[in-house]
Design a protein around this ligand. Sequence first.
Ligand code: IMP
Length: 447
Amino acid sequence: MDATCVIIVGSQWGDEGKGKVVDLLAGHFPWIARYQGGHNAGHTIVIGGQRFVLQLIPSGILRGTAKAVIGNGVVMDPQALVNEIAMLEKAGIAVQGKLFISNRAHVILPYHRMIELAAESAPGRIKIGSTSRGIGPTYEDKMGRRGLRVCDLFNHELLRTHIHNALLEKNAVAAALYGSAPLDPGRIYEDYVGLSEQIRPYITDTALLLNQAAARGEAILLEGAQGALLDIDHGTYPFVTSSSTLAGGACTGTGLAPTRIASAIGVSKAYCTRVGEGPFPTETGGEPAQEMRRRGNEFGSVTGRPRRVGWFDAPLLRYAAMLNGLSSLIVTKLDVLDTLARIPVCVGYRLDGKLIDAVPAVAADWDRLEPVYEELPGWQSSTEGMTEERQLPARARDYLKFLASQAGLEIGMISTGPERDQTITVAGSSLAQLLGPSRASTQSAKN
Ligand code: IMP
């Protein structure tokens, strides 16, 4: 079997700039697929000064050549999808014939949001700081084998009964535990019948579609959402999202076999951010944090919350590289550090005074971690918009070299601004080779 699929994953806590990277790579792949998460993701892409925030549809759709797939591992809110399709069409981006949604994806219903909103603020619950999109409760229903799948939307009798039965339980729980007002099953049923008709043209068996494409030798880019440290199994549990964000999730979330996967590429900021609650060993405050937040526009693209900011964390990157089997790293937002005089990088952790290799499993241990820093001199000149590695100031090159050696990975691409062309592809890297001849144009030449 030829391996034709490449996975792009976030190697921190999400918001690494995957949207821009996927948009860039999409020109080289005829297929782009999302495999987990839902409209909790926020992929921001700036094209010619116009800013797009895609939450559900793979950001590859912005490339006219790519077909976009929402895989079975995604949880899908039909209203969010319809809104996003309308936003794209208004911007002149064709969606019809280019977007395919799995008939096996699970559906987010209004009661998932109700339960999540109520539970997050309930006494005695650990506050996760979720995006309040109903993601977690939808995955709970999926794993509890009581979820509603996209294919079920078109059997109206089943849909009506499902919503009715689900609300018997959810309304009772929400009222008893959180004092929430009940939701009306009839209203939700009517809304979902209307929405399902709007999305009907896009629904198909995407596992079959992707496997047929792969069998024809067409390359597929698998677009991860969130990041490695938000993975349900390997992240900073319980402060994680409810899906498998790692490269491993790409197979179950699309139906593509592991033998189809050629490589996994990680995306990391030149520093670190996190939204929501949970451990963040290199978090920093004060003037440098404010400067990075301002220069990096570090506010959540879904919720608008200010992101927490910190220094590059090499132990976490090594952990993400191990879990994802990363072959290459893309470093984003280098320009955000342009003004700093000194840049600390975390190179290891101490727990109770001892240097440790492994990342802790116990949430409370994270709070006792002491990062070990090495400080590098800043370059204090603008790297914004640079497109060639040789244009970078020597200290910026040294900083990147240090990150690469600490991570044990080659850096294949560096992003120096939000626009497509504000990017350096590192000559001679495996990523540069991958991007060599355009796979999309090779494919259309074959057809
Ligand atoms: P949920 O995914 O809405 O359940 O939120 C769980 C945790 O993941 C919260 O800390 C969120 O802030 C975080 N999260 C979810 N999606 C993203 C994302 O796309 N970027 C960054 N953090 C995210």
